[in-house]
Design a binder for this molecule. Structure first.
Ligand code: NI
Length: 173
């Protein structure tokens, strides 16, 4: 893989709790960011990763995720907007920026995301099941929202207490 892993930011880091800026330069620096995000997601064994999770406040995320039919989807989206439909379904959800615990959360079973790719070309991605959940989770990251922000306050506190550092997340940059 072309990129190299970057340190993954953990809940409490301001970059995770603010709205990201839209990408306007589709240059080599953006390409390097996307490559590094893929490398970071792979080493952390994540199914999705948003730019603020590696400390960059740009509206971009990557994914490597299985849908409701068992099909694997790998890709990236920049400046996304999302539409969801269907009766929300409860499933366990976790986040590399809240390392350790998982918690049930209701998400729509179908999501369509429209944005552009690293060259600026328009793309549209539709996901079902766990992939739909992933698309909602990553789009949330870009507006400064973590999955635990959807939980009642006492549940959120419990998840935060259960957090534990991961080996792959070395304290060095
Ligand atoms: Ni996350």
């Amino acid at each position: 893989m072309a990129g190299s892993p970057r340190k993954i930011r953990v809940v409490g880091d301001p970059v995770l709790h603010a709205r990201c800026r839209p990408v306007s330069s589709f240059d080599a620096e953006l390409g390097a960011l996307i490559d590094d995000m893929f490398a970071s997601m792979a080493i952390a064994e994540g199914v999705g990763l948003a730019a603020p999770q590696v400390g960059v406040d740009l509206a971009a995320f990557v994914y490597d995720c299985i849908d409701a039919a068992g099909e694997r989807h790998i890709g990236h989206l920049i400046n996304p907007t999302i539409e969801t439909s269907g009766e929300p379904e409860e499933h366990d959800e976790g986040c590399l920026s809240v390392p350790g615990p998982y918690h049930e959360l209701a998400r729509a079973p179908l999501a369509t995301v429209r944005g552009v790719d690293r060259t600026g070309a328009p793309i549209e991605v539709t996901g079902t099941g766990f992939f739909a959940r992933c698309l909602q989770h990553e789009t949330d990251h870009l507006r400064g929202v973590l999955y635990i922000d959807h939980l009642p306050r006492n549940r959120r506190r419990r998840v935060l207490r259960e957090m534990e550092p991961f080996d792959w997340n070395a304290p060095t940059q």
